[in-house]
Ligand binder design. Structure first.
Ligand code: IDC
Length: 469
């Protein structure tokens, strides 16, 4: 365990948990509807990327929306205009949309139709904004019984909630034996896991739209409870993921599985998965630098360790034969090292050709992209809003941005059978006076912030370069 490298991270404390406790169970009575026909325009995973219906590699660059979804009424103050801003101003193409099990199924077996309708309305906003949606079944500290979020109270024993003593920092609460007991309850109860699967399927039935909701992040930062960390992923988490996705795909056959490693991955431990437990999966770890995240700086050594970690994620994804998608990274605005760290997060994702999602599109003074009074955080926006190759007619995509010269490059191995154009987004915030495009012997069209490369030379690799005017 890389205790030294992790420094003062409070999450390190979680690695101390190794002992077992007993848990609790539950029942489900959700009914399975008839299976819909396969989608005509499904997104799918192929050759290391999520692919659009035209076969282009999609780099999922976006934001988490939002921390404000964690607690009742389970939505923040976001309006449709806020959704539009993500694509139009931030140049992004996707959101990680937070959904809580407690919101879906507040009482055992009873799904909240009003909540699901409101969720579907947000999906419509995303669709109109041109954003793809990954539904994130979020949890922190198991669920609502522990003043966390995720599981509804009925999923574990009230005595556990009553005995819980909250820690000063939220993540330390994972250490509480009552929290561990409730996780063990989920990991050891097929009935409760079926309930979870039915709840995700209820979401899928309400929001399935193969052009927009491309998949499900089955559980945020799965915590192992008292299960041995070396076997938790292959023996417990993997079968759980398979159970949930098998159920979801009865309602939404083309749903992609965005699968996180166990939360041990955040502690620096390599994943114990040898393969992804379901087909059509994306490997979905998080990439926080816990020191910079907490405002304690981001040294050159920290940067190099951080980039190595993302490179290791890419190796893991390649071993699984899956795309890599960084579902969360971020930190508190105004803190020391935050800009350098967020810059490195983009750099690491670019080297890996990965998508990445900022934590988070909230309106607050902390991790939020926008202040509580709705004024912007210009320095944060400057490092988060970047050009991105959002759809690429090829394989092995990478990209990079030099924050000093504002030169952006992306390269890829063109695939002639993909006839739709490669699309780059170059937000006006990055190039207020415009930009020039250089892609050698290629043809391209410009459409505002968007560059469409319509023809590429017959070369093994093509590079497109944007420079500021
Ligand atoms: C944090 C929020 C914070 C909240 C806490 C507990 O920023 O306001 O009190 O959750 O709900 C994660 C989690 C994500 C965290 C985020 C930042 O997935 O829910 O949000 N983070 O701490 N993992 C690592 C960092």
């Amino acid at each position: 365990m890389r205790m030294k490298l992790l420094g003062s991270s409070a999450l390190v404390a979680l690695s101390l948990i190794t002992l077992g406790f007993v848990g609790c169970g539950g029942d489900s009575d959700g009914a399975a509807p008839p299976t819909p026909p396969p989608a005509a325009r499904a997104y799918q995973v192929a050759r290391g990327f999520v692919r659009d219906p035209e076969g282009r590699a999609v780099v999922l660059r976006g934001v988490n929306l939002a921390n404000a979804h964690k607690h009742a009424p389970y939505f923040g103050p976001h309006t449709e205009a806020d959704f539009a801003r993500i694509s139009q101003e931030f140049g992004m193409n996707s959101i990680r949309l937070l959904v809580e099990w407690a919101a879906v199924e507040p009482q055992r077996g009873k799904f909240d139709g009003a909540y699901l309708d409101a969720l579907a309305e947000r999906v419509t906003w995303a669709k109109r904004a041109g954003l793809l949606v990954i539904v994130d079944m979020h949890q922190d500290i198991y669920g609502e019984g522990f003043d966390g979020n995720g599981a509804p109270r009925w999923t574990c024993d009230k005595a556990r909630y009553d005995a819980f003593v909250p820690a000063k920092s939220w993540f330390f609460s994972y250490l509480d034996p009552n929290v561990i007991a409730c996780f063990d309850g989920l990991w050891t109860s097929p009935e409760l896991q079926d309930s979870y699967a039915e709840a995700v399927a209820a979401v899928a039935r309400r929001v399935r739209d193969d052009e927009v909701v491309i998949g499900y992040d089955v559980m945020n930062e799965p915590f192992w409870g008292s299960q041995p960390t070396v076997t938790f992923e292959p023996s417990v988490l993997g079968p759980f993921y398979a159970r949930v996705m098998d159920r979801v795909r009865k309602d939404s056959p083309s749903a992609i599985a965005f699968l996180e490693p166990a939360a041990t991955r955040n502690l620096g431990l390599a994943t114990q998965f040898e393969r992804m437990p379901v087909e059509q999966a994306v490997y979905a770890p998080h990439a926080y630098d816990t020191t910079a995240e907490q405002g304690k700086g981001f040294s050159a050594a920290a940067k190099s360790a951080y980039l190595s970690r993302i490179a290791k994620y890419k190796v893991e994804a390649d071993e699984f034969g899956t795309p890599l998608w960084i579902g969360e990274y971020g930190g508190t605005s105004g803190s020391t090292g935050i800009i350098e760290y967020l810059d490195a997060a983009y750099e690491g994702a670019g080297m890996a050709g990965a998508g990445s999602m900022l934590w988070s599109y909230d309106f607050d003074g902390g991790y939020g992209l926008v202040n509580a009074d709705r004024t912007d955080k210009p320095a944060i926006l400057d490092v988060v809003v970047r050009p991105v190759p959002r759809r690429v007619a090829g394989d092995a995509v990478d990209y990079a941005f030099d924050s000093k010269t504002r030169v952006f490059t992306t390269s890829f191995a063109p695939v002639a059978s993909i006839t739709a154009p490669t699309e780059l987004v170059a937000p006006a915030r990055v190039y207020p006076s415009g930009f020039d495009v250089d892609c050698g012997d290629c043809a391209f069209e410009r459409d505002g912030d968007v560059v469409r490369v319509t023809r590429v030379p017959a070369a093994p690799r093509v590079t497109v370069k944007l420079t500021p005017r």
